[in-house]
Every structure is written in structure tokens, then in C-alpha cells.
Design a protein around this ligand. Structure first.
Ligand code: HEM
Length: 221
């Protein structure tokens, strides 16, 4: 009997396992009672989920440039799971924000959540980024791809806008030292620059001038 080929590569398994590490660490810290020692455990979890969402979003956006620059086609299937995990952490991040700002007694005061989200500009752009990621997450399946046809690609190009908004969110929320968000901003800029057709062509030609010419279209994936 023919041996069935495993559908998941070690890289894919590493991504799925690695994506849960920040969440498992938070659960572990709660379990161990370490969070109770913090002055503001909600803020700590907000930071950690926000950072995880940002890093996963950047990793998702890095897959295409890695293929362009190094020809690593094996990273292309990772774009979707990384993007979905970024959304998962972004949603969790907002959920914690809701609980932190709106949970009074035994119910959630939606007005308090609304005010907390809309009165601070950093929260507002974070919310806008999440609202962009939401339809992308919902339509990240074969059925939506078939239904939306060309519009699917157009819609999913909004992920760059989400990335830019998250960087603005980060810059606006830090009070003084903006070096860390600027580093993430520089990484995002680099990832976007590689996608510019002229830059893309330069790298594809550099990798293998003759061999890759007919494959440029495939590299556009
Ligand atoms: C849904 C709307 C969002 C709200 C209301 C929100 C709110 C917050 C708040 C309150 C903080 C902590 C600020 C502080 O205490 O000084 C924060 C930090 C952060 N958020 Fe958001 N956020 C939202 C969406 C997002 C999204 C979608 C991402 C990423 C995809 C994100 C990434 C971050 C990052 C990277 C930090 C900083 C973490 C750190 O300093 O270690 N946020 N956000």
C-alpha cells in the first residue's frame, strides 16, 4: 500500500506550536499565581497579547518577501495561519481591554468600553486595525476565495493597512521612548519595500537571472 504523505511540514508544525507559546505562558503564569504579584495583571496581559499579535502579523507579512529575496517557497503556506493567529491574539487583546475597562460588578458596561476605545487615539487606531483584520480572518478560506475571485486579493491587501495602523497604535501608546515601536515600524517598512515591483524584480533576477525570469508571475504569489 502506498505510504500517505504527511500534509504538514516540520516548519508548519513549528509555527502552529510556536503561536500558542505566548498564550500558554500567560495561562501558566496565572496557574502559578505569578500574575497576582503584579500591580496591574490586566496591563501585563494586554501588553503580552498585543506584542504577540504584532509579531505574528509581521511574520505573516514577511513570508512573501522571504520568497522574493531567498526563494523560500515553503514559507508561503504559513501566511494564512500566521495571519489568523495574529487576529486571534488581537481579538484576545481587545477582550482583555473590554474586561479591564468595562467590567463592573458582574456585568460589562458597554458605554465605558465605548468611551475607553474612542476617547484615546491609540485605542481607536488599534480598533481600526482589528476591524480590518476581522473580515480578512473570516474570508481566509477556499470558499470565500472562490466567491470573491479578484476581490479576494484586493481585500487581503488591506493587511498592509492593518500593519501600519498597529505601528501607529504602538507609537501613540508609548509615553516617551518610542524606539521599540520604531524598530517594528522599520521592519514593516522593509517588508513593504521588497514588494515594490521594481525591488521585487531586482531580487528575483539576483537569485537566478535566467532561470527565474518565467517564474516571476509565480513568485508574485
Ligand atoms: C481592538 C482595539 C485595541 C485596543 C482597544 C488596544 C488597546 C491597547 C492597550 C490599552 C494597550 C496598553 C497600553 C498601556 O497600558 O500603556 C495596548 C498595547 C499594545 N497593543 Fe493594542 N489595542 C487594540 C488593538 C491592537 C491590535 C489589533 C494589535 C496588533 C495586531 C495591538 C498591538 C498592541 C501592541 C504591540 C501593544 C504594546 C505592547 C507592549 O508595549 O509590549 N493592539 N493596546
Amino acid at each position: 500500500m502506498a505510504k500517505r504523505k504527511s500534509s504538514w511540514t516540520p516548519l508548519q508544525i513549528a509555527v502552529h506550536v510556536g503561536a500558542f507559546v505566548p498564550l500558554l505562558l500567560i495561562v501558566w503564569n496565572f496557574w502559578q499565581g505569578n500574575m497576582a504579584l503584579l500591580i496591574n495583571p490586566f496591563q501585563d496581559v494586554t501588553f503580552r497579547t498585543g506584542k504577540a499579535a504584532l509579531i505574528l502579523l509581521l511574520l505573516s507579512l514577511a513570508c512573501t518577501p522571504l520568497n522574493i529575496v531567498f526563494g523560500w517557497r515553503q514559507v508561503l503556506p504559513l501566511r494564512k495561519p500566521l495571519g489568523l493567529y495574529a487576529f486571534m491574539y488581537g481579538a484576545l487583546h481587545f477582550l482583555i481591554f473590554i474586561v479591564d475597562n468595562g467590567y463592573i460588578g458582574s456585568s460589562v458596561d458597554l458605554m465605558a468600553v465605548y468611551e475607553a476605545t474612542f476617547e484615546k487615539r491609540f485605542a481607536l487606531v488599534g480598533f481600526a486595525a482589528l476591524m480590518i483584520l476581522l473580515p480578512l480572518a473570516i474570508t481566509s478560506n477556499q470558499w470565500s476565495m472562490r466567491q470573491l475571485k479578484k476581490n479576494w486579493k484586493r481585500l487581503h491587501q488591506l493587511v498592509y493597512a492593518a500593519g501600519i495602523l498597529v505601528i501607529i497604535h504602538f507609537i501613540w501608546l508609548v509615553k516617551s521612548d518610542i524606539r521599540e515601536p520604531l524598530v517594528y515600524g522599520a521592519i514593516l517598512t522593509l517588508l513593504l519595500v521588497v514588494r515594490i515591483p521594481l525591488v521585487r524584480r531586482f531580487f528575483v533576477d539576483l537569485r537566478s537571472p535566467k532561470k527565474n525570469k518565467p517564474r516571476i508571475a509565480a513568485d508574485n504569489a
